[in-house]
Design a protein around this ligand. Structure first.
Ligand SMILES: [Zn+2]
Length: 356
């Protein structure tokens, strides 16, 4: 504190909602409306755009404008729902090679007989066209219970037959565990996600009602470690994009683990040098994915990955109170992240016609 210098402001301080300073920084600006190479969105939630020929055509126009060639619908579909969706996609000459679906697993009521049923349903879903499993939702670990009423742990051995089946069928398992760690912290003025937590009560995980963040991470890591033959893609960079050292340690230890960048752009882009190093180091195991389907948001990803722009806005103010920086990935790394890694780990994707 400097005497007579750091006293309380003379003017009334603005609220967190009102303070929107205009940046005076003048710096090169490169908008990237279309990705430099064709993209696979491995974390697609195309809402209701898969159900009819018209809706699919609309989805195709959105994807074209962004240079997304293929969307993997990670909507946890199974049974009739999955068959209906695959049939609608197959019936569209323009879209039949531009959408693939993942199969959902129903983790409710695990108990005697559950695994046999789950594996049989998975095999049926694969026969119907599923190319992987997912998105396993965050409720797995947080809230889903076993038949006996206890919480289903992510590393429950009763699930092993399903993970073995995924290895045998060569299906990547796309799994979302937990949420940003701040959602477990007290909602005080040091919490990075204060505004988001204030806006969305459902994102708070008070300890008396939910397992701890670290408990979920431990269970997830046990799962990944115990099933080395199963290929996992941990969504949202495993919620460790804010701690790339931790994520790097996990991925270095476990070669069956891949990761995906959906909805954590703010963490990648606030550490452009460390993030670039991380992407180069793990260039064979990072997949592009967006999560929520908002076509106008994708270009922020392209700009972060493809440019060295400084200090530009993110698309969602309540996620991050900071600016983004481009990480300027080399072309060879961009191609892997945009499509080549997804193609390699997912045999059921259309494999031809991609840039070499
Ligand atoms: Zn998702």
């Amino acid at each position: 504190m400097r005497p007579n210098n750091c006293q309380a402001p003379e003017l009334q301080a603005p609220s967190i909602l009102d303070y929107r300073p205009r940046s005076t920084l003048v710096a090169p600006t490169h908008r990237v409306p279309r990705a430099k190479y064709p993209v696979i969105d491995f974390h697609g939630h195309p809402r209701d755009l898969l159900g009819s020929a018209d809706a699919l055509a609309g989805l195709g126009r959105s994807l074209d404008s962004l240079n997304i060639r293929l969307m993997v619908a990670a909507n946890n579909m199974s049974g009739e729902n999955l068959k209906r969706t695959v049939a609608a996609v197959s019936a569209s000459p323009a879209m039949r090679d531009r959408v693939r679906v993942l199969a959902g697993i129903d983790f409710r009521n695990v108990g005697p007989g559950w695994a046999e049923k789950a594996v049989a349903q998975l095999e049926a879903d694969v026969a119907a066209g599923a190319v992987g499993v997912g998105e396993i939702s965050k409720s797995f670990g947080l809230t889903i219970t076993r038949a006996d009423g206890t919480r289903l742990r992510i590393d429950d051995p009763a699930l092993d037959p399903v993970w073995n089946a995924c290895a045998r069928l060569r299906l990547p398992v796309f799994i979302h565990t937990a949420d940003p760690q701040e959602f477990w912290q007290p909602i005080d003025y040091t919490n990075e996600r204060w505004l988001e937590l204030a806006l969305f009560p459902g994102r708070r995980y008070p300890p008396e009602r939910f397992p701890a963040f670290e408990q979920l991470m431990t269970e997830r890591d046990n799962l990944l470690r115990r099933n080395p033959r199963t290929t996992f893609v941990i969504a949202h960079m495993g919620w460790h994009a804010n701690d790339l050292g931790r994520l790097g340690k996990l991925m270095a230890e476990l070669p069956n683990v891949h990761t995906e960048v959906g909805a954590v752009l703010y963490d990648i882009a606030r550490q452009p040098r460390a993030a670039r190093d991380f992407f180069v180091r793990f260039q064979d195991r990072i997949l592009f994915g967006k999560d929520s389907f908002q076509p106008e948001e994708y270009p922020y990803y392209w700009r972060v990955f493809e440019t060295r722009d400084d200090y530009f806005d993110y698309y969602r103010g309540y996620h991050a109170f900071w600016k983004l920086y481009g990480i300027d990935l080399p072309d060879a790394v961009l191609k892997k992240v945009y499509y080549a890694n997804a193609l390699r780990i997912t045999a059921g994707l259309p494999q031809t016609g991609w840039p070499r």
